[in-house]
Design a protein around this ligand. Structure first.
Ligand code: BES
Ligand code: MN
Ligand code: ZN
Length: 490
């Protein structure tokens, strides 16, 4: 089961710095004030640390920068990592510093001499987030991730503060594992099995099969998966941590385990990236895992539509007309605009069954959002300023890029069809917005709703501040915080 490396909190004993194995980290504020562990290191290295602090490089150092002294004299550790962190660091600064240290440590054991660090839990979260590698398909035996120990004057307090964040780190790691997993392994059935395993955490998990989806009338969703040998599924995960009967927050995820484009086949170059087209469902899963792991006092239901978009003799053709669960008919102009066809049925089902207090859907929906916002920000679309602003605030606090985009009737008009209630594409202009307009047609009046287009942020080709290249887990932290700030009882 997916788990971030556990972090152990121990009492701070300055002399332990001399005997710690692996790497040992010292925390130094930019002013260069030294705690007892630092003074000990400075003494045994005959002023080595002081020379670093007097150097030009240290004078120019930024918060979160790490200076490594290899094979230091007088210590058993193989390296001392000096982490620059202001005493009054912000949460983000503390996380970034922890993350920078974990990157330097590269999975090797590390002891952090944190003495009386203030944002210890956040620092630990940064370490846990960055301490990740997807190695299960490398034939060489993967080295186990080294132990992370944080020595603090108040270890119990730090441990209590970190416990809920450890659950969030676990959720982020789960999302990354799902998004990184190739489609021959992460089939629709395998995905569903992994979600069912989360019943261990106290989630109620149901898997709806094709016969049940047919019965419910989810024809647009089924039309996407009908070309694949893998059966389409909808998985419903309920976390009932709030008061009984209180309307839940609904999280809905696009789970296209592989998107070939279907009959509107994608070009060969880069098609392999479409293993990440279940990123929305991955974030919903990771968020549910985080909420259950920290026993959030809120009712949240996660729903994912799991399908594979393949061409075959049985696949949907361009020009086909299908009827959604809502009853609206859709002319499928392009079988590669499949995510909206999956989401619209799951969103309708979510509202029909749960009457949620709010609904947030996540999807790697359009290439156009990458043209617009790159890999820095997810596109945010909403019919409700208050929910939307709460989300944007949570995303900002978590340092997860999110940028609001417009909706409007003129965009919606681009979806008019000659023969059905709507087309599934609105042409090249404003491709991400017309996709959102399509979804909004399936949002009931009075349901506060946010659509997050995460095509640009779910998986990236360069390291980020919190993740090595590949799947990022973007959104788990923002959604967890949104639940904490806006949906949890005191
Ligand atoms: N899964 C893709 C969107 C995507 C593109 C995700 C790149 C991640 C990276 C989606 O299903 C898709 O194919 N969208 C089309 C829509 C078009 C046919 C209207 C697109 O963006 O080209
Ligand atoms: Mn597609
Ligand atoms: Zn897709």
């Amino acid at each position: 089961m997916t788990q971030a490396t556990p972090i152990r909190f121990v009492p701070f004993v300055p002399s332990d710095v001399l005997t710690a194995k692996g790497r040992v980290a010292l925390i130094v504020p930019p002013e260069g004030t030294l705690d007892q562990a630092c003074r000990t290191v400075n003494r045994v290295t005959k002023g080595g640390l002081a020379r670093l602090l007097e150097s030009d490089s240290f004078a120019k150092a930024k918060s979160g920068q790490v200076f490594s002294l290899a094979w230091p004299a007088g210590l058993e550790a193989e390296a001392v990592d000096v982490v620059v962190l202001p005493r009054r660091a912000t949460e983000t600064e503390a996380r970034k510093a922890g993350s920078a240290l974990a990157k330097v440590a590269g999975g090797k054991p590390v002891t952090v001499m944190a003495a009386s660090m203030l944002k210890t839990a956040e620092f630990a979260l940064g370490m846990a987030l960055r301490d990740y590698a997807f190695e299960r398909h490398k034939s060489a035996e993967a080295e186990p991730r080294g132990e992370v120990v944080i020595a603090h004057k108040k270890p119990e307090e730090a441990e209590v503060a970190y416990a809920p964040l450890a659950a969030v780190a676990d959720g982020v790691h789960m999302t990354r594992d799902l998004v990184n997993e190739p489609a021959n392994v992460l089939t629709t059935s395998n995905f569903a099995e992994r979600l069912v395993e989360m019943t261990e955490l106290g989630l109620e998990v149901e898997v709806l099969d094709e016969a049940q989806l047919e019965e419910l009338g989810m024809r647009t969703l089924l039309s996407v998966g009908q070309g694949s040998d893998s059966p389409s599924k909808v998985v419903v995960m309920q976390w009932k941590g709030g008061t009984e009967g209180q309307a839940p927050l609904a999280l809905v995820g696009k789970g296209v385990v592989f998107d070939t484009g279907g009959i509107s086949l994608k070009p060969a170059a880069g098609m392999e990236d479409m293993t990440m087209d279940m990123g929305g469902a991955g974030v919903v899963a990771g968020t549910m895992r985080a909420l259950a792991g920290r026993k959030a006092k809120a009712n949240v239901v996660g729903l994912v539509g799991l399908v594979e978009n393949m061409p075959s003799g049985n696949a949907t053709r361009p020009g086909d007309v299908v009827t959604s669960m809502k009853g609206d008919t859709v002319e499928i102009i392009n079988t590669d605009a499949e995510g909206r066809l999956v989401l619209c049925d799951v969103m309708w089902y979510a509202q029909d069954r749960f009457n949620p207090a709010g609904m947030i859907d996540l999807a790697t929906l359009t290439g156009a959002i990458i043209i617009g916002l790159g890999h820095e920000n997810a596109g945010v679309f909403s019919n409700d300023d208050s929910l939307c602003n709460a989300f944007l605030k949570a995303a900002e606090a978590e340092d997860e890029g999110a940028w609001r985009m417009p909706l409007g009737k003129a965009y919606d008009d681009q979806l008019k069809s000659r023969i059905a209630d709507m087309k599934n594409v609105g042409g090249r202009p404003a491709g991400s917005i017309t996709a959102a307009q399509f979804l909004q047609r399936f949002v009931k009046d009075g349901t506060p709703w946010i659509h997050l287009d995460i095509a640009g942020v779910a998986s990236v080709t360069a390291d980020t501040s919190y993740a090595p290249k590949g799947a990022t887990g973007w959104g788990v932290r923002a959604l967890d915080r949104l639940v904490r700030d806006s949906f949890e009882a005191e």
